[in-house]
Write a protein that binds this ligand. Structure first.
Ligand code: CO
Length: 454
């Protein structure tokens, strides 16, 4: 069914008459700058779609469905071997797709460009060299420091009060419940139809109070971006998000820069205490801040702390690049994965489900996606630093519960433009310079200094 729908969508988006209209408009000198940008991006998309034949689209879609089923079966058996043939087929198709799309330099560039227009292997390689060395240094320092106490370890948190808190947080962030709703799902996500219908999901973990809170705040950040796109631009590039990296910057800014800050808990500790009076006995605001910011190498990417998270991403990025360029074969992927977890994080992978099978992305054919998660964190830190400069007393405002001022700043500076600017352009427009990892490093090392008492 999905293969059939993909073909229909492909036929519409490659319709010759539509193409002709775009060509004509692209030569129209009377268009405003914004209209022209909409036409240029639409034409670019149109020309890209032309490179795919219906047969290719159908084949890809069918292979992805097959691979997703194989991945689920492999997860059930906790055995990577079950996934190998389907993944080999996907890699083969992805290489063909890179050729079809065309690229300069590394073939991975063609795939990366689908999620992060303008980003290249050259740029990410250079960025990650710095990320790796500075985060490894921080990690060494942490390993040599006394670990803060997790005041909530071993406690149980009922689902109902957690749910009520999560709704309260969404309301405080300015999420519009008249233009969306929250539900439960195994894997939290945000989905939208237009800016007036943006839905989020969250999940409950009775052993970990922060699981639902960070999921809700994260997806809430994605949702504010989608709700902040202008409705009159619906269907146009100007009514669409810029890139996955910028989308992720919006979720991480809320989840980490806001939701894991001391200021945020100053205001929200009383809500937590009211919801869980027994579990909060003897715990204060500072304890919550510490418990929520402990750094520890672990196996699962989605549960990783803000520092070690980026090693999970760098490992996947290296492996993807090698699979696409052909210097790594699928049958050797699991061993390479385990080797890199030993090298980067010093941990042994005890099972395939906790290792190479943990993410759904490859079974969806999503290659070139992972780096955008790290880019998101780095953009987030840079945007948040700028917001701190431009909004008077932002920290005190967050500490007194005024989050709307930040939402409005993001609406005005980022959301309202849709794709009128690309990632690098919006970053320069908002912060005066292109992406700069130093902001993330300063933010994180500053916070960890407080957590670890340096
Ligand atoms: Co996200």
């Amino acid at each position: 069914q999905i293969a059939t729908l993909s073909v229909i969508a492909h036929e519409w988006s490659t319709d010759a008459e539509y193409g002709q209209l775009l060509e004509n408009l692209s030569k129209d000198e009377s268009l405003t700058w914004e209209q022209k940008r909409n036409i240029d991006l639409s034409l670019e998309e149109y020309q890209k779609h032309q490179k795919y034949t219906s047969a290719v689209v159908q084949k890809m879609s069918a292979s992805v469905s097959k691979a997703f089923n194989a991945w689920q079966a492999a997860r059930k058996a906790n055995d990577f071997q079950v996934f190998v043939p389907a993944l080999e087929e996907i890699i083969q198709l992805k290489r063909e797709e890179a050729k079809l799309l065309g690229y300069e330099g590394h073939p991975y560039n063609a795939l990366l460009n689908e999620y992060e227009p303008g980003a290249t292997v050259e740029m990410i390689d250079e960025l990650f060299v710095g990320v790796k060395s500075s985060l490894l240094q921080l990690l060494d320092k942490i390993n040599a420091s006394q670990k803060p106490v997790n005041s909530f370890a071993g406690k149980k948190f009922e689902t109902d009060p957690q749910w009520k808190m999560s709704v309260q947080f969404l309301e405080k962030m300015g999420y519009d419940f008249k233009a969306g709703r929250q539900d439960f799902a195994a894997h939290p996500f945000c989905t939208n139809f237009n800016s007036k219908d943006v839905r989020v999901t969250t999940r409950a973990n009775e052993d970990d109070i922060f699981d639902m809170l960070s999921s809700t705040i994260h997806e809430g950040g994605h949702a504010l971006y989608e709700q902040g796109l202008l409705y009159e631009n619906y269907g146009l590039p100007a009514g669409t998000y810029i890139s996955l990296g910028i989308h992720e910057s919006q979720s991480r800014l809320w989840e980490n820069n806001v939701g894991r800050s001391e200021a945020f808990w100053k205001d929200n500790y009383s809500i937590l205490e009211k919801a869980f009076p027994v579990e909060c006995k003897g715990v204060n605001v500072q304890d919550v801040f510490l418990s929520n910011n402990i750094v520890e190498p672990s196996l699962i990417r989605v549960q990783a702390d803000e520092l070690t998270y980026h090693f999970h991403v760098m490992i996947r990025y290296e492996l993807e690049k090698r699979l696409i360029e052909g210097s790594l074969e699928v049958k050797d992927l699991k061993d390479e994965w385990n080797k890199m977890y030993r090298q980067y994080l010093g941990i042994e992978v005890p099972s395939d489900n906790q290792g190479v099978l943990q993410d759904v992305h490859w079974s969806h054919g999503s290659f070139g996606y992972f780096p955008t998660y790290s880019l998101g964190s780095f953009y987030a830190a840079q945007f948040f630093q700028q917001a701190t400069k431009e909004i008077p007393n932002l920290e005190q405002k967050i500490a007194s519960g005024d989050l709307l001022v930040l939402k409005e700043w993001l609406n005005k500076n980022i959301h309202q433009y849709g794709r009128l600017y690309d990632a690098e352009e919006i970053c320069k427009k908002v912060t005066g310079e292109g992406l700069n990892f130093d902001y993330f490093y300063q933010y994180l090392s500053g916070k960890l200094a407080k957590v670890y008492g340096w």
